[in-house]
Each structure stands twice: as structure tokens, then as C-alpha cells.
Design a protein around this ligand. Sequence first.
Ligand code: F3S
Length: 287
Amino acid sequence: MEVLLTEEYGFCFGVERAVEMVEEAVTEGARPIRSLGPLIHNAQEMERLGEKGVSTIDSPGEADGDTIAVIRAHGVTPQVQRDLELRAAQVIDATCPFVTRVQHLAERAAEQGRDVVVAGNPDHPEMIGVVGYAPNNTYVVRDAGEVASLPTLRSPLVVSQTTIKLKTFLEVAEAVRQKADAEPQVVNTICSATRDRQDAARALAGEVDVFYVIGGRHSSNSVKLLAVCQEQCEKSFLIETPSEINPGDLQGVGRVGVTAGASTPDWLIKQVVQRLNEIGDTQTAHR
Ligand code: F3S
């Protein structure tokens, strides 16, 4: 049985960077390390970090004078950042640089008295953080339809949540054009990590008999990856750990595909590949 990994899989740049920053602090002996919100949407990786003394807090108020507070890749509002800096012993800012770019674009446009339209989910932590950089000028819209209810937009800037679909962004930009008093400045701030993983999964899905997507059941990018795999490979499964692999699904199978969501750590991917190879070897031995 051949086990094939997709060309792109696992940690995106921003998540990898955030985990590395925290690991570095752990190595330096910093304690206690508390991330504002879960550092990463993966229960197994959170458990591993938990064993090293990394925990989660829900609000800056929970950070005391000993705390090394961590801002995760989604970023936070400037107000929350200030709060953390006042309360905690130290703040590790692991905001993904692609998110920082959106925050700064919004801030600058607001300073120039312009409106900002962000295509995204207003409830998502990344969006809450961005709005905090230009609270009086920013509108977050889920789709082009929501632009219709906005007032006339002043020389608007149009940007996007890093993980939305390009189609939605382009439609929002076009709708803003109809509502603006001047030609909008359109800056595509979509990060390619999600799409790259989906494209790579699509490329492999037609060539394998069974496909495993490793990722949290609550991780939306992993669930989307599964849907992409299922389009071409009926036997596609979302698993969190190697223990969820059912050897019965691999009976007589020639090729198995493996991919992983942007929050899935490498060590977990290696465990799954190893388990699949073991099952393959056992089946060969029994033939
Ligand atoms: Fe950053 Fe893109 Fe990941 S915005 S956190 S690299 S999905």
C-alpha cells in the first residue's frame, strides 16, 4: 500500500510562527504562559503545549503580574493589546504578519478620514481585531448583498479577512464601487494557505482509493478540506488521531492519500503516516 502526502499540508506560516514563539518562551523558562483564546484549533497540540505549562485565558483580566501573555495569530484590538501590556509581565505578540497588514491598512485609511469595508465574518476574532484599528470607519460585510445597506462610502478601502473566498471578495469590491463617492482602493488581503491546501488535496484526490484528512472536527479549514477530497474520493475520512484509522477501510487498497489542516502539527501527521505504513505492511504479510 502506497501512502501519498499532498504537496501542501499542515501548519500554515502564521500558526507555525505562533507555536515556535511560544516554544521559545517555554525553552527560556518563562512561566506561566497564557494564550488569550486557544493558541491553535487542535486539541492534541493544545494538550501537548499544556503539558509544557501553556494554558488559555478568555480575557485580559485573567492575566496577572506573573503571566506571559500570548496574542495568537488572529490578532486582537489595540485596546486589548494595551490591557494585556498593562497587566501581564510580558506580552508575546504572535499576530500573523498577514493579519497585521490588514490591521495597518485599515488604521491608515481611517486616519485619512476614509471608510473601510472588510469582506469577512464580523464575529471572527480576526475581524474583531481589525475593526479595533479603525472602529469609527469600518464595516465588516459577509457578502456583496450586505453592502447595499451601508451609507455612501467615503474614498473607501476594501480589504478582506485572510481566509475568505476570492469570489466573495471580488463581489464585495464591485458592490462597494457602486456605493462609493470615489474609486475605491481594493487590496486583496486573502492568504493563500487555505486555498493552496485545498488545491493540493484536489490534485491528489482523484488518484487515491482512500483519503485521510487530519484535523480537528471543529476546525473549519479541515472540514472544508474533507469536502474537497470527497468530491473525487468517496472514501475520504476526517481523523484527529491515528487511533481513528479503521484497518477495514484499507483492505486491498493500493494508494492512500493524506493531508492535514492548517492547525495540524507535524508530529501528528507523522504518527498517522506511520500507522498507515504499519497497516500496509501487515496486509502485505497476510497476502
Ligand atoms: Fe496567517 Fe494565513 Fe495562517 S493569514 S495564520 S498564514 S491562514
